[in-house]
Design a protein. Sequence first.
Length: 136
Amino acid sequence: MLTETDIAPCGVACRLCMAFQRERKPCVGCLREGPKPNHCAACSIKECPEKRGDPSLSCGACELFPCRRIRDLSKRYAAKYGEDLVALLRKREDEGLRAVLDYLERRWRCPSCGDYLCLHDKACRRCGAENPRWPA
C-alpha cells in the first residue's frame, strides 16, 4: 500500500519508478534516507528555497505553484508516462493526500498480478503483463 513517504514533493510516486523497483541497488524514494540516483539526491525541486529548509513540503502548497520546474516536469510526465503531476498536486491540496494515494493505488496496480506497475515500462516487471497505462 502506498504511504505518505512514497509521494515526492513534486507529485512523483517514487514506488512507481524503475529506480525504486529495480532489484540491484534500489532507490529508497525521495523522502526516505538511503541510496538514490544522483539526479534524485541533488533534486532542485526538493531543495527549492520556497520550502524554507523542509524538503518534504508538497509543491502544491506553495504560493508559486505551479512554478516553471513543476510545469516542465509535469508536461514531461504527462507526455511520456500519462501522469499529470500538476493535477495530482492540485488533487492533494483539494482532496488530501489519502485521495491521491487511493487514486494511484487503483491506477497503477497490475491487472494480472496486483503488483505495482512501473510507469517507465510497457510491461509489468513481476508478471510481464502489458501495462495498460503505457502511452500509445
